[in-house]
Design a protein around this ligand. Structure first.
Ligand code: ZN
Length: 87
């Protein structure tokens, strides 16, 4: 099945996706693909899933001088995010 989405629709889809309470790695993969297709930046939404296993990121947060590190509760991967990022 081929779905033709406009860029705006794709963006809305991505935004509403990340508002969900929970999502699976498979869903994140699809959303990432969608974002790439339309060259949409995930921005802050990138912080919502683990870079390694793509599951919803909920783990311990450690705040450093430069980075905020969130270790993934699922695979243990340490996700680093730069602090004070401005859009
Ligand atoms: Zn993980």
């Amino acid at each position: 099945m081929k779905v033709n989405l406009s860029r705006t629709q794709a963006k809305e889809k991505i935004d509403s996706f990340f508002e969900k309470e929970n999502f699976t790695a498979e869903e994140v993969k699809k959303i990432k693909r969608l974002a790439m297709k339309f060259k949409i930046r995930l921005g802050d939404n990138k912080k919502l899933f683990c870079k390694n296993c793509l599951s919803k990121l909920k783990g311990r947060t450690r705040i450093g001088k430069v980075y905020r590190t969130i270790s993934c509760g699922n695979c243990g991967y340490k996700n680093k995010f730069k602090m004070n990022q401005r859009k």
